[in-house]
Design a protein around this ligand. Sequence first.
Ligand code: GLC
Length: 796
Amino acid sequence: MQSSEAIHPERLGSYDQQSAGYWLEQMISTHQEKHTLCVSFQHDIQVKVRHLTESIVRLTVQAGSDTDSVPSPGITPLAAQPFTIEENQSSVVSRFGELAVTISNGSPASLSISDSQGISRLRVDSIRFFADGSSQLRLASEAEADYFGLGEKTGWLSKQGSKTVMWNSDVYAPHNLETEALYVSIPYLLKLDAKGATGFLLDAPAKSEWNLQKSHQEITITLDTGAVDFYVILGQDAKQVTERYTELSGRMPLPPAWSLGYHQSRYSYMSQQEVEQLAEEFRSREIPCDAIHLDIHYMRGYRVFTFDANRFPNPKKMVGNLLEQGFHIVPIVDPGVKRDVEYTVYQEGVSGNYFCRRLEGELYFGEVWPGISAFPDFTSSATRSWWGEKHKFYTQLGIQGIWNDMNEPAVFNESKTMELDVMHQAEGRPQPHRALHNLYGLQMSRATYEGLREQLQGERPFVLTRSGYIGVQRYAAVWTGDNRSFWEHMEMAVPMLLNMGLSGIPFAGVDVGGFAYDTQPELLARWTQLGAFLPFFRNHSAIDAIRQEPWRFGEEIEAVCRAAIARRYRLIPYLYSVFAEAARKGWPVVRPIFMEAPGDSTARTVADEFFVGRHLLAAPVLRPQQRKRMVYFPEGEWVDVESGLTYSGAQYHIVDAPLSHMPLFARAGAPIAETDVYSHLQFEHQDVLRIVFYGHPVGETAETLDLYEDDGHSFAYEQKNAYNLVRIQSKRRGNEWIVTLDLVHEGYSTPYTYRELRFTGAAKCWQIDTDYRQDGDDIIVQLPVDQTSRLILRPM
Ligand code: GLC
């Protein structure tokens, strides 16, 4: 319980601290250094402007420092471009492409970023530096603007009115609206207003506090330490800005297909026998499953890179047998290395100088699961190589996936993390933990990914991480840590994951069923239905919580869970194509409704539904005993994929939501790719590819699916262009409904020879100009895979 001491005036910042400090004010001079505009201000403050693309600019503002702020490893560096410059008494304007930066002189000076029409999209009204090394930015805001992003945060979809802290934190206490910091920090805001979409990215691996609560007129961002180093990204809408933002923060490489399947986890499956029985149970109950996670008890006394020989007598045999049955084993690997002079990983870490140390030289130790432990300094490439190399221990057993946890880093002490004066080597630019805290998880997952990639001989690694920073998607999928088996936590997962997607992290998920607390039968059923449409799909529960595998609550719930998981497996060709789009363009896998309906102001308010790709709209049931729910449909027509009922858009409808399945709608007449359900995902064995058109397109619309196909496990798609891209378009022109399949790229030989097109319910009202077969009211057409096709349907 907190007492009034929590609001002691000294905790809120003293009057002196609030009033002291230097403003960015009184411009002194400007000059250009290559493609950098440098502007000097009073108090020895320098502003540097670098135009990186026609719509992305980087600004750094530093006080009293000769060294240029360097982008953190979260950023994919882009070279600065030449720009034009206009100067007069009161301002300097630099311009390149569609973006201009205006630095206006004054007390304080302001920085405004405007678009090609000269409309200001974002304005920094003031920047102030305090004597203790902290600084504060004030961004101007307008009442009609709305904000999204901010990475992994509790609360609603819109971040207007929120207050948050970027400081990666291990939070076991129930996540709620007051939880300001969680495990992942992405200091990024997406602003939407009538002028378009604008991204604001602050590259701050140290702590920052974001206040969107005090007023609708301004946003204040307080940085604990370091340079003010930020990017502004302009675009027309959320999709375009996200695409541009991920040029900067990087994109997810295509994960192995198996990682898109269902994962089963538990803290912990305690023995080899238990794991083998679990796998058997999935197969005998015919519930698809691709991965089983091993939590900390597989290790010998929680020592990473070991197996406990009593509990897991033959891990190689276990991993091999399970792989044959289509299960991947994903062991947990935490950063803490037990202080044990007889443990080789500890010995190597000390002798190789891979662990974090104090400035004076002694090792830093903190307590985690194994007891007193040392922590690898992942900011150093030598440490990352060593750590990556250590994963041979797993890859030699046939393991291809690793789960990184506790990498905020979490430490069992009062501050919950490493002490702030512990040093990081950071490639020859040593800095204290205080300055680099938020990078620890990113750099650990990077070490893991790079090590696995090297060892897996062309197979794609899978890495799951709890902690991360800008760009974490380049190395790992993210799960949102220790939630609870509460309906409210399931509900909160939706906006949290949508904002993570907008923040560049497309492959993310939550513990399905809830981690801590005892889940309930209906909650597990509904959560599994929702999880089946989230990018990362894993059921995980805590050591003291009731078991929550899909069959734990009797036949009815088991059948609901089986059907939900099978539904995902049926839609894998569609989902995989959406993943491929995320890898190519950075668009999220799950998207807020407004992302596919940019002009629709109601869509911006919808936080309990989402799009999977562009054509599937998921409306999860988030309340107990609810058998109907309200759904907002954006413009167009929408077909319930179970019942075939059609709903017209730009309005709300009340739809049926029986326990048996989650309401799921397809955009009428849009192509959805499906397959038969197998026990696990292996594309080389997939012998059916179905393109289903639910209902028919209305109005003069044209909707496209870029069907992406490859082997699902190697890098041949990248190295040998061994992939197919089939552009399937469905459009309405007058009375005609025209469907075309264009082979945009052919490089992968599919295991099937025909693609089956299924037009649901079409036999009742459409005739088609080609050979077809009828299945009930559905029209079915088979097309050879190597053939570009054009089909025309006409009303009967
Ligand atoms: C942390 C993780 C959780 C895991 C547990 C034991 O709480 O968030 O997923 O099961 O540690 O390793």
